[in-house]
Design a protein around this ligand. Sequence first.
Ligand SMILES: *[C@@H]1O[C@H](CO)[C@@H](O)[C@H](O)[C@H]1NC(C)=O
Ligand SMILES: *[C@@H]1O[C@H](CO)[C@@H](O)[C@H](O)[C@H]1NC(C)=O
Ligand SMILES: *[C@@H]1O[C@H](CO)[C@@H](O)[C@H](O)[C@H]1NC(C)=O
Ligand SMILES: *[C@@H]1O[C@H](CO)[C@@H](O)[C@H](O)[C@H]1NC(C)=O
Ligand SMILES: *[C@@H]1O[C@H](CO)[C@@H](O)[C@H](O)[C@H]1NC(C)=O
Ligand SMILES: *[C@@H]1O[C@H](CO)[C@@H](O)[C@H](O)[C@H]1NC(C)=O
Ligand SMILES: *[C@@H]1O[C@H](CO)[C@@H](O)[C@H](O)[C@H]1NC(C)=O
Ligand SMILES: [Zn+2]
Ligand SMILES: [Zn+2]
Length: 456
Amino acid sequence: MDSSPILVMTAILTIASSDSGFFWHITDFHYDFTYHDRQLSCNPNAKPTHPGQFGDFWCDSPWKLVNSSVHAMAKLKQNADFILWTGDTVLHASDSDLNYDVNAAIHKNTTDLIKSVLPGVHVYASFGNHDYWPNNQFPPANNRLYNDTLERWGPWINDSSQDNYFRKGAYYTVKTPQGLRIISLNTNLYYTSDKETVNVSDPADQLQWLNATLVNAKTSNEKVLITAHISPGVHTPSSILWMHEKFHTPLVDILQTHADIIVGMFFGHDHSDGFKVLPDKTGTSMAPIFIAPSVTPWRYVIPNEIGPAHNPGIRLVEYDRTTGRPLDITQYYLDLKTANQNATDNWEVEYEAKKDYEIPDLTAATLAKLASKIKDPGSKEFKNYWRFYTVSAPTEMLEACVNDCHSAVYCGLTFFDMDSFRACQNKMISGSSQLFSVGRMMTTFVTSGLLIAIAL
Ligand SMILES: *[C@@H]1O[C@H](CO)[C@@H](O)[C@H](O)[C@H]1NC(C)=O
Ligand SMILES: *[C@@H]1O[C@H](CO)[C@@H](O)[C@H](O)[C@H]1NC(C)=O
Ligand SMILES: *[C@@H]1O[C@H](CO)[C@@H](O)[C@H](O)[C@H]1NC(C)=O
Ligand SMILES: *[C@@H]1O[C@H](CO)[C@@H](O)[C@H](O)[C@H]1NC(C)=O
Ligand SMILES: *[C@@H]1O[C@H](CO)[C@@H](O)[C@H](O)[C@H]1NC(C)=O
Ligand SMILES: *[C@@H]1O[C@H](CO)[C@@H](O)[C@H](O)[C@H]1NC(C)=O
Ligand SMILES: *[C@@H]1O[C@H](CO)[C@@H](O)[C@H](O)[C@H]1NC(C)=O
Ligand SMILES: [Zn+2]
Ligand SMILES: [Zn+2]
């Protein structure tokens, strides 16, 4: 080995200047144990006759894909500090084809797989809306799923003082050895499809607990990382809020109040790749939101809209162990078509956030600047954003994101309530109509009224 003094110096300086570590973010396995026979998750109009061994764009994950994604984490970064696992492990299927025991087997087998492939790595997991049976119906109180899951996830949390919160609402907090506070929430309690919580003012007292936990963190000079399945804000391009406004408003309020100590928020559920920037109330600080793409390649179809195709993804985050700040994202993906054709599961780097977006870091201020570039539909930043949104799906399977689709995506990056989101979109539309020559065809991509039916 031949290392010049300059290289050695640089290496030493790099190590000394920050204590950086890595964690994985994996989400939305949606394991279909019937993939090779009944194909319960597959789109009824597109059931594959020769389903690829690693999966199909119209179906949830076969076990081989779930297994491959977990082994890829171990292969690509064995000694990550921890893993964020943001739920939706159960397939898309009707309640009548599932039951408590089937879901429990899915949860058990997946948890056991992660434990055996990545032994000793702490996993901070949260539930997704599909993890409950009947699907989406998380109750605001103790139940069998919370108790049984605490048995499986308790060793990862490794703090019995959190047991009561987990049994009550499946939320908890842990502190890393370097002092970063991680808060795992059960935001499925706020999902518009949850009929069990609609009449409750603060389901499982989670909002009150979150508020108190953030106040304590501030007093103790801690930095906070938040993780959960469903993110706050407007999903785009569909242009809907996932959460009931009566829960969304106080949740966003609490997060904004504490934006100065929140270094990052990590969610799944959208199945696509995205980010958002949550401004605080005074405009002095902001917190970044990162939405990781799913392992499942499943895409939705509803009247008038087909969800964009997307490849399976897993995400490695580099962060500063001391300040907790995310430093970079390496997004890995499986090119599904090639994997099936070649019978090889080669997880490749899809992009590196700093390098490919040409940004110095992942702070909210930097992401806000990136968002302002995405405002231009012709910018390379927007083209990248949309390609990454679909996890580099084959171009022949994709529709362009233009006009209403583009303005929704842009406005959703920084506007969190429907009124300001709509105002932003209206401004974009009136602004852009001056740019387009008369007679230019304006295509509309979204029919938002119908989208309430999708349950990712
Ligand atoms: C899981 O993946 C590993 C690593 O690629 C492989 O050796 C093993 O055979 C796979 N198991 C299944 C059931 O696919
Ligand atoms: C879970 O794993 C067990 C043991 O390998 C297997 O018998 C069972 O079929 C698996 N369940 C599901 C839903 O895949
Ligand atoms: C969950 O566990 C707690 C503590 O052991 C117990 O008090 C409670 O009854 C259990 N709940 C259910 C639904 O079994
Ligand atoms: C669990 O926590 C205890 C007490 O804080 C600690 O000594 C132990 O090493 C932890 N176990 C794991 C597996 O991290
Ligand atoms: C919520 O309130 C409505 C209207 O009073 C009622 O019809 C519904 O059954 C309630 N739901 C629950 C879960 O209590
Ligand atoms: C959060 O807690 C503080 C005091 O601890 C209280 O003043 C505030 O109203 C709470 N906010 C919410 C949204 O509950
Ligand atoms: C897939 O196979 C083709 C033909 O053998 C080869 O050229 C290509 O490099 C392979 N791709 C991957 C990702 O392994
Ligand atoms: Zn979901
Ligand atoms: Zn999902």
